[in-house]
Write a protein that binds this ligand. Structure first.
Ligand SMILES: [Zn+2]
Length: 849
């Protein structure tokens, strides 16, 4: 615990209300600040310790209740990001006011109080400043008690150039022009009691949509000038989800207004600052006439997710960062719920299976971690923003919700929010509330999912009058460890027996359990509905029965489960590659976009693993698999087709033209793109990304120039990233070099460059060049990119599927540890290990055929 101590602030002094006045200078990229903090001293102290980083403190002192002022000596501890104010005499317990004046730099690292730029409609560069404080970066903007449990009220004042807009968490209550400087002083109302990581200030030229009242709060979407036309979709889902959540939680929106603000440079997707949610532009601004369904869904998801946080996260906050999962898992769960209610035709819970599968991929590694995980240092908190916190967390909440029933679960959530409003809570508080409200045990069940890493593989075999279930940890690389690990597994079972179809819910708590079904079983679907966070392995007879009835007996989600589980067990060496290919070759009649997504994903992965001759053969087989559904759907939308069908057409054609290397498809894509250039509305918006990836895959210098210029002149954020990221798919060596240069030459925003790099690493023809480039530009990348992007960029190393590259990657990262993503780095390396192990195994299997 000694290390933890050095990072945590003492609780002898607590803040109650901050008065914060900041004057950002966008010309010199600096800011000056003053703050008055009303505090309570709980036991006599000579020193007050709070967080500060990269700030210069000019003066500090304290005012006692009787008005007497005491100056403080200030010492800064850069290592631990703290400032200590020392006083000449002891301060007895009671109320005081701390006063500090300070200044800092508007940095270019996309955290703390930071700079952002954009070109206006005349092509002139314009500047703005924004904040991003989660997890521990409020301390870069003002000295504060920068831990989530030190909740306080914030009253912010911003002094800005007269033509600029200033936004903070609460409503504007006063605005005056200061006679001496000509600057505008914008005074904001007091916020609710909240954590420092949720404070926000944004300064720049912004346009806002007309305020729309949601309950008592006006809702607006804000963007830099010229982009307001892309805000309508976000207004719609913003209003819908906010109202949906007020009803679900049974508590009105806790802020006094809500602005959703698009920031041109943004490190993550969005940030749930109370009343002033910030977004990267692709996650908020969209043209519904031009964007694909998945691009629209992303905006709907992110807006709903952030709005869900206004209660879960902002009103009630985790005590410490080990509890981050509760915030993020819950917001992710609520995001699905809201989007599913808004557009049921999108079948949002079905596509959530893709996210669940991504979490299961990481969680099947030895280097995974439990959802709730000890956190001490700031970079460990930063490392928690991963697929286990968000997607596994949301999956197990969904599992619990399905097990308890929607209403019982919701009532538990309401009770939890009522009990802890304006305060902090821990995981155990949620189970207390759910158990009190649902009158069912939740803790014992959930503890096995929250505090244990990994998940079980459920074995199923026929028994005389029923089935026998077993559970055992699933691992891609089996080393026999952790075999004793057991879960409380809610099993949703549907079975066909000699006396009809039976449905049954069981809680599997033992390593082995018999389920009596009263008659001999013909077939069984374990994990019916697909809510389980586990994989299923059917014994021979049961698997064959399901394969015969794929389209009749199994729902789309269940087919997804069968294909995805079989693919995982193939990677783990439990199923042969031949058997996996045999299974997917039963799918020509398949019409579900998510089932196809897992099949196509496995195709991409196989091509990175297999050798040249094997790839040619695989492409041929995939071509034979993909052609019937493409022929069935055609190349143009049919009257009355669903948005999911339009999306499926795009996905299948993209795969046929890339993984399957179908020449005819490639030519047709080229022709159609030519048509799109002259008559954009003549091509379905859901097909355009497919044409773009096929052309990049087969493209030459002229195509590259065209895409680069489209990236530079794009009219929507989605188009901009579509053409930018397509540059990673070109396979001509010179063009690969050009794209590599783009990642560090300042031409691409640092919010995107790391993801471009990840894309190049995953391009088989580019991976060796990309890896060499990454190694030789490592320091530059660390310096330029936002910290959170480094481990995400490095996910690209899973494409380096060659024994020598794998060894080199292991060596390189041993010498260059990524401190803000140590766990994720271990996982990337293990995923690469799994792929290399598959390479050995499958090359043998395919050779021996
Ligand atoms: Zn979130």
């Amino acid at each position: 615990m000694s290390t933890q101590k050095s990072y945590r602030l003492p609780t002898t002094v607590t803040p109650e209300r901050y008065e914060l006045r900041l004057s950002p200078d966008l010309t010199h990229w600096t800011f000056a600040g003053e703050e008055k903090i009303a505090i309570q001293v709980h036991e006599p102290v000579r020193e007050i310790m709070l967080n500060a980083a990269e700030l210069e403190i000019h003066a500090a002192g304290i005012k006692r209740a009787d008005g007497k002022a005491l100056a403080a000596r200030v010492s800064l501890d850069d290592e631990n990001e703290r400032a200590t104010l020392s006083f000449p005499e002891t301060l007895p317990h009671g109320a005081y006011e701390v006063q500090i004046s300070f200044s800092g730099v508007l940095n270019d690292k996309l955290h703390g109080f930071y700079r952002s730029t954009y070109k206006d409609e005349k092509g002139q560069e314009q500047r703005l400043a924004s904040t991003q404080f989660e997890s521990t970066d409020a301390r870069r903007a003002f000295p504060c008690w920068d831990e989530p449990a030190f909740k306080a009220v914030y009253q912010v004042t911003l002094v800005v150039d007269e033509k600029l807009t200033a936004i903070s968490n609460a409503r504007v209550v006063g605005q005056t022009v200061l006679p001496e400087s000509g600057k505008k002083e914008v005074v904001f109302a007091d916020t609710i009691k909240m954590s420092s990581y949720l404070v926000a200030f944004i300064v720049g030229e912004f346009e806002a949509t007309d305020p729309l009242m949601v309950g008592q709060a006006p809702l607006r979407v804000c963007a830099v000038p010229g982009k307001k036309r892309l805000a309508g979709f976000a207004v719609d889902i913003g209003k819908f989800s906010l109202e949906h959540f007020s009803r679900y939680y049974g508590i009105p929106y806790p802020g006094d207004k809500l602005d959703l603000i698009a920031i041109p440079d943004f490190a993550s997707g969005a940030m749930e600052n109370l009343g002033a949610i910030t977004f990267r532009e692709t996650a908020l601004l969209v043209d519904p006439e031009k964007a694909t369904r998945t691009e629209l869904e992303r905006v709907a998801d992110v807006v709903s997710h952030e709005n869900a946080h206004m209660w879960f996260g902002d009103l009630v906050t985790m005590k410490w960062w080990n509890g981050l999962w509760l915030n993020e898992a819950f917001a992710t769960f609520m995001e699905m719920l809201a989007v599913d209610a808004w557009k049921p035709e999108w079948r949002r819970w079905d596509s959530f299976t893709i996210s669940r599968a991504a979490a299961m991929q990481v969680d099947g590694l030895k280097s995974t971690r439990p959802i709730e995980f000890p956190v001490e240092r700031p970079e460990e908190a930063a490392g928690m923003f991963d697929v286990l916190t968000y997607e596994k967390g949301a999956s197990v909440l969904r599992l619990l919700e399905q097990y308890l029933g929607g209403a019982a679960f919701r009532d538990g959530i309401r009770l939890y929010l009522q009990r802890h409003a304006y305060g902090n809570a821990e995981t155990t508080d949620l189970w207390d509330a759910i158990e009190a409200s649902a009158k069912q045990p939740a803790r014992a069940l959930m503890d096995t999912w929250i505090f244990q890493a990994g998940y079980p593989l459920i074995g199923v075999e026929k028994d005389a009058q029923g089935i026998r279930l077993t559970q055992q940890i699933f691992r891609y690389l089996q080393d026999g460890s952790d075999q004793q690990r057991q879960w409380h597994v809610p099993i949703f079972l549907r079975a066909g027996t000699k006396s009809g179809v039976v449905e049954k819910n069981i809680l599997l708590t033992e390593p082995e359990q018999r389920v009596e079904l009263g008659a001999e079983v013909d077939w069984a679907v374990v994990n019916a509905g697909g809510h389980g966070f586990y994989r299923v392995r059917y014994s021979g007879g049961l698997l064959e029965a399901l394969k015969r009835e794929l389209q009749n007996r199994l729902s789309a989600v269940e087919r997804f489960g069968l294909v995805n589980d079989t693919w995982a067990s193939t990677q783990a060496g439990l199923t042969s590659l031949t058997d996996y290919l045999g299974l997917i070759e039963l799918l020509p009649a398949e019409n579900d976009v998510n089932v196809w997504s897992t099949v196509i994903g496995s195709g991409h992965h196989l091509l990175r693993i297999l050798d040249e001759a094997q790839c040619v053969e695989l492409a041929r087989r995939l071509g034979a698999l993909l052609t019937p559904p493409v022929d069935r759907l055609g190349w143009a939308p049919r009257k009355g087709e669903s948005e999911l069908e339009s999306q499926l057409r795009g996905d299948l054609i993209a795969a046929l033209g890339t993984v399957a290397e179908d020449r005819k498809c490639q030519e047709r894509a080229r022709d159609l793109f030519f048509q799109y250039e002259t008559a954009p509305d003549s091509v379905d918006r859901n097909l355009v990304p497919a044409l773009v990836v096929i052309i990049a895959h087969t493209g030459n210098t002229a195509d590259y120039e065209k895409f680069y210029s489209r990236f530079k002149t794009a009219q929507t954020p989605q188009e901009e990233t579509r053409y930018l990221f397509a540059l990673a798919n070109f396979r001509v060596p010179d063009l690969i070099d050009r794209t590599l240069d783009l990642t560090v030459n300042g031409d691409v925003r640092t919010q995107n460059a790391p993801y471009l790099m990840r894309g190049i690493l995953l391009n088989k023809q580019a991976r060796e060049k990309a890896w060499a480039f990454l190694k030789s530009h490592w320091d530059e990348m660390l310096h330029q990119y936002p910290d959170n992007a480094i481990p995400r960029m490095c996910e690209g190393i899973i494409g380096l599927v060659k024994p020598d590259l794998e060894a080199d990657a292991g060596e390189f990262f041993a010498k260059h540890p990524v401190k803000q993503g140590a766990k994720q780095m271990e996982q990337h390396l293990e995923r690469l290990r799994v792929a290399v192990a598959c390479q050995f195994r499958w090359q043998d299997q395919l050779r021996s055929r």
